[in-house]
Design a binder for this molecule. Sequence first.
Ligand code: SAH
Length: 352
Amino acid sequence: MEKIDILSLGLTELENVLTELGEKKFRAKQIFQWLHVKRVTDFDKMTDISVQLRTVLKEKFCINGLFIEKKLESCMDNTVKYLYRLSDGNFVETVLMEYNYGHSICVSTQVGCKMGCRFCASAIAGYVRDLEPSEILMQIYETERDSGVRVSGVVLMGIGEPLDNYENVVRFLSLLSDKNGNNMSLRHVSLSTCGIVPRIYDLAKLRLGVTLCVSLHCPDNEGRSKIMPVNNKYDIDSLITACKDYIDATGRRITFEYAVIDGVNSTDADADKLADLLRGINCHVNLIPVNKVKERNYRTARSGVADFAKRLGKRGINATVRRTLGSDIEAACGQLRRDAAKSSEKNGGADA
Ligand code: SAH
């Protein structure tokens, strides 16, 4: 029988499983705190749990761990990029970033991605599987353990499309913010999506308080469909309508992400179209100089981003340019995993 992934269970679920096993309900809270506050990864470290119950726990449950395969530290800022190996041999990336207000962590939500955005390294490497809630959470726990840092913010902007792994991501958010466990306010969490419209409505209904970031990257359907295949399914109109619903339902401002790419979406006319599209919406535009991806020829002129920001500003749209962190450590998301997957393939490893 397959063991239950205990770190993915909410407190109530753990209570139910334990009562079914004939245990007292209060044990669940003790175990939950061992896992999410003291963060042990071995049932034998749960010293106030009887040896007998620990034996049962070991039989029925597993604690999903992940292991540092590679760690790159930037010499320019204190960005650290981790390549984690999962228990089935697959790899994901996690990035720890330092800001003047504290540390923020960027986590992956899938092994690979199905969305196929042209400029993204994760898309080139292909999709393998969704991450379990525990595997998303463990990226934070393991990074905090290794670095000795307590992160103050989480961004779901690593490998994968979070809204394409909706159930597990929502469960992860619930575990992350559980008062009996990690207890992080979801106001310090940002979730980035390429625009899976029905899931934006679902997320709005939950009113979790997370900041929604939407990867827009182009102000018109023709151009957007060329670089983001998801636009063929959910076009800009339907996306903007869903974003307005999210803002109405949650009272939160949305961030639109826009990678400024020469020859693709960086002209004055593009900036004007973008300003027209976003006028009147409670939002902020985050302009991103495109990260180089080996197989693609996309680039951004630094002055191009600044001009684009200025032009948006003049038209009343609040825009900032994203600080480039860790540019000396293979910054484009998904490249480390792809390289590791390739070499493990050569050696007959598990990753696709
Ligand atoms: N799937 C989600 C989150 C992962 S990507 C999404 O699409 O939003 C996080 C952000 O990085 C997205 O805005 C994505 O479009 C952007 N991105 C991906 N590859 C990039 C690259 N090479 N240069 C700049 N931004 C990139």
